[in-house]
Design a protein around this ligand. Sequence first.
Ligand SMILES: *[C@@H]1O[C@H](CO)[C@@H](O)[C@H](O)[C@H]1NC(C)=O
Ligand SMILES: *[C@@H]1O[C@H](CO)[C@@H](O)[C@H](O)[C@H]1NC(C)=O
Ligand SMILES: *[C@@H]1O[C@H](CO)[C@@H](O)[C@H](O)[C@H]1NC(C)=O
Ligand SMILES: *[C@@H]1O[C@H](CO)[C@@H](O)[C@H](O)[C@H]1NC(C)=O
Ligand SMILES: *[C@@H]1O[C@H](CO)[C@@H](O)[C@H](O)[C@H]1NC(C)=O
Ligand SMILES: *[C@@H]1O[C@H](CO)[C@@H](O)[C@H](O)[C@H]1NC(C)=O
Ligand SMILES: *[C@@H]1O[C@H](CO)[C@@H](O)[C@H](O)[C@H]1NC(C)=O
Ligand SMILES: *[C@@H]1O[C@H](CO)[C@@H](O)[C@H](O)[C@H]1NC(C)=O
Ligand SMILES: *[C@@H]1O[C@H](CO)[C@@H](O)[C@H](O)[C@H]1NC(C)=O
Length: 418
Amino acid sequence: MVKQITSLIALAALASGQGFPSTCPAVPTPSPNATVGTCPTDFTIIGGELQPVHESYSPPTGFAIDPNQKIYLTYPRNTGPTPVNVVVATSFTNEEPWPNAAIQNCSTGQNVAECFINVQNVVLDSINQLWVVDSGIPPGQKSAVTNGSKIMSFDLGGNLLRTYVIPEDLYYDKFNANDVRINNTLGTKGYAFITDESDSGSLAAINLDDGSVTRRLHNSTVTRADEHYVGVYNGELIYGWNGTNKSYLTTGSDGIALASGNVYWGVLASRRFYYISQETLVNTSVSDEDMLAAVQDPGQCGTEQAGFSADENGRVYICASEHNAIFYVDTQQSEVNETVNGVAPGGSGPVAAKNYVVKDLIRNALIQHADSMAILDGWLYFCTNQLNYGPTRQYMNVDKRRGPFRSYRYWIGAGPAV
Ligand SMILES: *[C@@H]1O[C@H](CO)[C@@H](O)[C@H](O)[C@H]1NC(C)=O
Ligand SMILES: *[C@@H]1O[C@H](CO)[C@@H](O)[C@H](O)[C@H]1NC(C)=O
Ligand SMILES: *[C@@H]1O[C@H](CO)[C@@H](O)[C@H](O)[C@H]1NC(C)=O
Ligand SMILES: *[C@@H]1O[C@H](CO)[C@@H](O)[C@H](O)[C@H]1NC(C)=O
Ligand SMILES: *[C@@H]1O[C@H](CO)[C@@H](O)[C@H](O)[C@H]1NC(C)=O
Ligand SMILES: *[C@@H]1O[C@H](CO)[C@@H](O)[C@H](O)[C@H]1NC(C)=O
Ligand SMILES: *[C@@H]1O[C@H](CO)[C@@H](O)[C@H](O)[C@H]1NC(C)=O
Ligand SMILES: *[C@@H]1O[C@H](CO)[C@@H](O)[C@H](O)[C@H]1NC(C)=O
Ligand SMILES: *[C@@H]1O[C@H](CO)[C@@H](O)[C@H](O)[C@H]1NC(C)=O
């Protein structure tokens, strides 16, 4: 045993905390010379004011806003049935089924290509069509049912335009369509890009002209979760729980955005994100080895992330659920305002992956697991759902989520990527 006798006098001086503030101001007033972290509540708030745009009574995963300022949300059925899967907001707190009530549930014997099984997100494209992405995996099941995994396009009046069913031979290894983005000008009639959030993960691309689908990067290092991943939410470490049995989150590729001809995506149970050229991803002649080699790794983004978006300036936004924040990264050199690795700010062309610098846009306690984002008329919109307080991620499966679940908007002064 180490003989270390601390004098009572020294201990008393320590405990009295000489010079330590005994009271903290309700509103911290930062003094330029104060130490970093003067009071227990001194968390740095980054960015300006958030405007609430909608309140949901159930936790939403998907969010879209159309040019008429109509807000659409999805209430997925991953952990159980929800009465309505996709809604349009009719006021700050009210919603109605969208595009109609009948499509929300598949009836016995109905071709499930025609109705919603488990829609995860709703997304506006650049020609004012709304797209829903349906995992086709009924509550409590592990794999998509035949014809269930699909994307459907609608006009703003809610009329179905076209359905693209992902063929059953691509459902192997629990393919789980989670999110979608559309490039309306790539190829002849555009492409849809889909993340598969199954444990092994992958990316799918649908040729919107002929409906052909490819699934690439399956079970690769860039689509699969970190082994034994443990994330953080509101300062608490997040495990998977079944009663008192601990596990780890294994969600693969999840959030997705298109910018500058690339697909950007993140692996949810990780702090990793990547990008690849859209043209390469849809090229069926590219071997698996070359596809993996074509993936760009800009370094980790320091957060678990469920959602991505991109603006017209090539700025990519990341829902930073571990930080109550939205992060961003400029991918076009013209938008870069600082010298990085000897490359001066400004200029033209894409930023090299090694020069990507991810930054904080907003950090604010109102942001309780931002999940999906949408950009319209200079505003960045997002929904929040407290995902990591849900029962599968809490000890003894306690549901710590407390609604209402708010959606917000934040001024960014840019339109969506096209
Ligand atoms: C902060 O510190 C600088 C340098 O020590 C000093 O000149 C200045 O007066 C201080 N300002 C305040 C507000 O204490
Ligand atoms: C969908 O089915 C559930 C029962 O599983 C029911 O409660 C709900 O009202 C139905 N939704 C619609 C829009 O009919
Ligand atoms: C799947 O969809 C195709 C084309 O619409 C249809 O012919 C087939 O019967 C459907 N299968 C099932 C199981 O509903
Ligand atoms: C995915 O890859 C890992 C590591 O190579 C391997 O252990 C696992 O069996 C693969 N899973 C599937 C479904 O191919
Ligand atoms: C939890 O464990 C029970 C008993 O092993 C099992 O039946 C159930 O499916 C598990 N739940 C989840 C969400 O894994
Ligand atoms: C938890 O793990 C124990 C030991 O493996 C097992 O006997 C029990 O069924 C598990 N409980 C649940 C709810 O999965
Ligand atoms: C869509 O594809 C076109 C044609 O390849 C490309 O110029 C454009 O940058 C892509 N859009 C986005 C948002 O990546
Ligand atoms: C597709 O990839 C193959 C093999 O790398 C390449 O030869 C071909 O030029 C690519 N096609 C397009 C349209 O880029
Ligand atoms: C670049 O822009 C960011 C965000 O507006 C700002 O915080 C930073 O100070 C700027 N850097 C320079 C060198 O102006």
